[in-house]
Every structure is written in C-alpha cells, then in structure tokens.
Ligand binder design. Structure first.
Ligand code: AMO
Length: 426
C-alpha cells in the first residue's frame, strides 16, 4: 500500500516504504539513464531518483510514487526511488530566473520584478512563513488576555497620523483617503470591547525610498481601556512579544536557521528610557548630533547598541516624547511631554504607542493647538461624550519586525507583494 500525501520533511519516517509525494520541480538533472529531481513542497525539499523519465521544466507540479531509501547526500538524508512520475501541470516556459541559484544573491529589483515566481524560493518563503507564525502568535497572545479582533474601514474621511502621507481617493465624487492606521476606530472600539486588536494593511504615501518604508504595510494594532498609564500598554506589548518569540522558537527553527538568525534576547524586563535620556546618551557616548525632536535612524541604531551592551536586551522602549513629535491624540502633560513610547528592536523603530486623550475638551484643545480642523473627525469626537475610559495602545509594523528578526536588510522582502514608490506590480 502506498502511503498517501507524505510531506518531504517526513520522509525519514517511511524508510523502506512506498510513498506518494506531490510538489513542484525545484531542480532537475538528467544523467542519461538516470534522472534526479528535487521536489519542493510546503514542508521543504526532497530528492527523487528516476530512470528513463522525461523531466518537465522547473516549477512544473508533479506527483511521484516510490520507495524511501537512506541517502546521505540527499537533503534530509533520504531520497525517493520513484517508479512513476505523473505531471499534474507542466510549466510551459522556464522560470525567468533559476530559483535555487538566484534567491540568495540576485539583484533585489530583479527578484521583485519576477516575484510571482521568485517568491516560491526557499528563502522568501521562509520569511513569509515566519511572518505568518508571528501574526498567529500575536493573535494567540491577545485572545488569551481577553482581547477581541476588530475590522475597521480602510477607506476613511481623515488621516489619523497627520496629513502629510495620505493617499487620496475619489469616493463617488467626494474626497476620501486610504487609512494610514486604524487609530481612531480602534479607540472607538474600546467603548465596545474594552480590549481590541486588528491585523490589517495600512497605507502611507511616503515618497522616499528607504529600506524601512513601504507604501502598504501590515499593522498589528492593539488598544485597551482602563489603563493607568502608558506603562500598562508597554506591559501588554512585552507579553505579546515574549509569546511571539517563544512560538517562533517552537515552530520556525528551520526558517530561522535558513537566515542564520538568532531569536531576540530579552534578559528580563524591556528597559524603558525617556527620549531625553536616550538623546543625551547618543550625543555624549557616541558624539552623534541628532537633528529634529525624535531619534534619527542613526541614533536609533546607536541607542539600540547601547541598550544591548548595557542591558543585554534587543528591545528598548523610548518613552515620554514631546507633544510636537506625536500625533494629536497622544495624552500629554502640562510639561509638554506625552505618555507615549516607541519600541526599538535591533536598531530600528518597530512600534509607536501610548496613552490617548480620553477627555473631549483636551482633545479639542489638542487639535486647536496644532492648527487642525475638526472636519473629518466629527464621528470620532462624538464618542468622547459617551464615557470613553482612559485608554492606550500600540501598533507593530509586521514587516519591520519580521525583517529584523531574520536580518533581512530591506522590509520589501518581508512582504509578499511590496508596494513602493515605483512598484505597483506584480
Ligand atoms: P506609527 O505611524 O509610528 O504609529 O506606525 C507604527 C509602526 O508601523 C510601522 N511603520 C511602517 N512600516 C513600514 N513602512 C512604513 N511606511 C511604516 N510606517 C510605520 C513601524 C511603526 O513603528 N497609530 C500609531 C500607533 C499607535 O499609537 O497605536 C501609528 O500608526 O513599525
């Protein structure tokens, strides 16, 4: 009897037995009388040996039936000696690039141009798998703490994060925008469920091309009510991150190994250090002069290094940003600082968050003092007449987190089909 639907990764369990495998032709070699085929399925790759077969083009999908034998030179230490090759769907032309050859070192633009097939490569697939596991762990951690998943509109009437990088769209003759973040809606939903989260794409019309900016990215958003300060919010994020890292350790060891990536180090509680202190350290220790109110990318890198050296942590919360460096909804004190934070991870910002303003007068004052109009925010402002509790939340950029975990230099390779300034296809 043939063992049906065996995965490549499980071959060893079937030594000496007949199995049926299905997958894609990853590589092929014809040595005259004997043919070698490396078959790729969702679990990995396996070597198949045939004789007198006519091998189809790479990426054809096939089914083979054969016997599992030990073979030290084969990936995984076993191969299938197949009597039968059944072509399920023959590729009609060769792939535009040779997957096993290019995926580790080709020109990134070429890889993205042909992404519809290069994405099948083991490396790109590993990155997307890590992201899928990470997102699932994000959900698990929050569901376990009584959070409810929400689904907010991506077509909106006003920008939540400032007007600068909004994509404008024509909504039946009215002006609308693609959502920059679910910020205002996730706050409103606190009045419904108290604790909410969302996993959804958001849109930023960033004109600059950097290795950390996408025009469409996956935002992992959290918001919770009845907080005392931003510390409660950081506590939740810390627990979520620990769960994510634990799950990656359990479920993604092969993917992590493919990138030579080590799981993030925590070493106790993630340090929480005020922005002013971080700026002072970067200037005094490293002689780096920071422009602007925030940390620039070089300062983020240096400060992360400092925290790693001093505290052994790959993460650091930078806290107490000035009002001028935060959006209008950030809860502020009379000293001009907000109850907000960024989370840096291995040198780059992966999260912004904080406590929000829950008092309508304070919210109106915040808009006014920034010269912002209430237009487009009417529905949002209304909810603050209806007992909104003190609340706060955060958002993680999924591609940045994935990229930093795996050491991927450009966030575009942590997204299946990235959108950047020049790229709208595939
Ligand atoms: P912010 O605008 O800082 O905050 O975004 C949160 C996180 O999203 C990621 N991110 C991006 N990733 C890829 N490409 C981009 N263009 C991009 N822009 C941002 C980063 C960043 O830390 N509403 C707040 C969150 C909150 O307070 O809850 C917000 O959107 O990882």
């Amino acid at each position: 009897a043939v063992n049906e639907r065996v995965l490549n990764a499980d071959l060893g369990q079937y030594e000496g037995k007949e199995v049926r495998l299905r997958g894609f032709v990853y590589t092929r070699r014809d040595l005259g009388g004997v043919q070698f085929l490396v078959l790729r399925d969702r679990s990995g790759i396996a070597q198949v040996v045939l004789s007198g077969a006519h091998l189809p083009l790479p990426e054809s999908s096939v089914e083979v039936v054969g016997k599992v034998v030990r073979q030290a030179k084969a990936p995984g230490g076993f191969e299938v000696q197949a009597a039968d090759l059944h072509i399920l769907s023959a590729a009609t032309e060769p792939p535009p690039v040779e997957l096993p050859k290019v995926e580790w070192n080709a020109n990134p633009e070429t890889l993205l141009d042909y992404r519809y097939v290069t994405i099948r490569g083991l490396k790109d697939r590993a990155a997307l798998k890590v992201q899928a596991v990470l997102v699932n762990a994000f959900r698990e951690a929050l569901l376990a703490q009584d959070f409810t998943e929400i689904f907010t509109p991506k077509i909106v009437s006003a920008g939540a994060e400032g007007g600068a990088n909004l994509f404008e769209i024509d909504y039946f003759g009215r002006r609308a925008y693609l959502a920059q973040s679910p910020q205002l809606y996730k706050q409103i939903m606190v009045g419904v469920f108290e604790r909410v989260f969302e996993v959804a794409p958001v849109y930023r019309a960033e004109e600059h091309a950097t290795s950390r900016h996408l025009n469409e990215y996956l935002s992992l958003d959290v918001e919770l009510g009845f907080v005392q300060s931003e510390d409660d919010v950081m506590d939740v994020e810390e627990q979520v991150l620990q769960h994510i890292v634990a799950r990656l350790g359990e479920q993604c060891s092969g993917e992590l190994a493919a990138f030579g990536a080590a799981l993030p180090a925590f070493s106790g509680r993630i340090p929480r250090i005020p922005l002013m202190e971080a700026r002072r350290i970067v200037t005094e220790r490293y002689g780096h002069q920071i422009g602007g109110k925030d940390l620039d990318p070089e300062a983020e890198r240096l400060f992360s290094q400092f925290v790693k050296d001093e505290f052994g942590s790959d993460f650091v919360f930078v806290t107490k940003y000035p009002r001028t460096a935060r959006p209008f909804y950030a809860y502020f004190e009379e000293d001009g600082l907000t109850r907000s934070f960024d989370l840096l991870f291995r040198g780059i910002e992966i999260t912004s968050g904080g406590q929000r303003i829950h008092d309508l007068d304070m919210l109106r004052r915040s808009l006014r003092e920034r010269g912002m109009s209430e237009e487009g925010f009417e529905g949002y402002l209304e909810v603050f007449k209806h007992g909104m509790p003190p609340h706060g939340g955060f958002a993680i950029g999924a591609e940045r987190l994935t990229a930093r975990i795996l050491g991927i230099a450009n966030v575009r390779f942590a997204r299946a089909f990235p959108r950047d300034r020049h790229r709208l296809t595939p």
